[in-house]
Design a protein. Structure first.
Length: 172
């Protein structure tokens, strides 16, 4: 390879790496974890609702267009999860999980339930190339969670989409 070819390759690689995040982004959504600190934790209905959030968020992001949802095998996620909150607290490990699955971004979600009256839907958006959290989101859902969960997920998807727009805009 000639010197000029090497220089051209370096320039091309530099341009490729500095391209902004596009709405056409690959994103893996991990299963949400339930952090129920109420006096009656582990209610089957709440566990079931938490189990549905990943699918709902994937559908909401897909509906916005431009996001390719990357699936991560549940057994692979289970193996990477070394205990409650591990992937939440270790974005580098979550990034490796997403990257190994071919995703550019990975979203780690948590449901924090401090009361029977409200919950917080929380998420970290992690860049799989750097292992850095590039977005931290919280949505409060009040009232009958069964009725408001879909609205909360839509709000969360809107925040994630807005973050991608901000990142893209700041790099152009």
């Amino acid at each position: 390879m000639s010197f000029l070819s090497k220089i051209i390759s370096i320039i091309a690689l530099t341009i490729l790496v500095s391209l902004p995040v596009s709405a056409n982004s690959d994103i893996a959504v991990l299963d949400f974890e339930l952090n129920d600190v109420t006096s009656n934790p582990g209610v089957a209905e709440e566990i079931e609702r938490t189990g549905s959030l990943k699918r709902q968020l994937e559908e909401s992001l897909s509906a916005k267009g431009g996001y390719r949802i990357v699936s991560i095998d549940p057994a692979t996620q289970e193996a990477a999860t070394k205990g409650f909150g591990y992937l939440w607290d270790h974005p580098d490990e979550a990034a490796a999980l997403g990257k190994n699955s071919g995703s550019r971004f990975v979203l780690v979600g948590r449901v924090h339930k401090p009361s029977f009256l409200f919950v917080y839907l929380m998420a970290h958006l992690i860049d799989t190339r750097t292992g850095e959290v590039i977005g931290d989101f919280i949505v409060e859902v009040k009232g009958q969670q069964k009725n408001f969960t879909a609205k909360g997920i839509e709000n969360l998807a809107r925040q994630i989409d807005a973050r991608f727009q901000t990142v893209r805009g700041s790099k152009t």
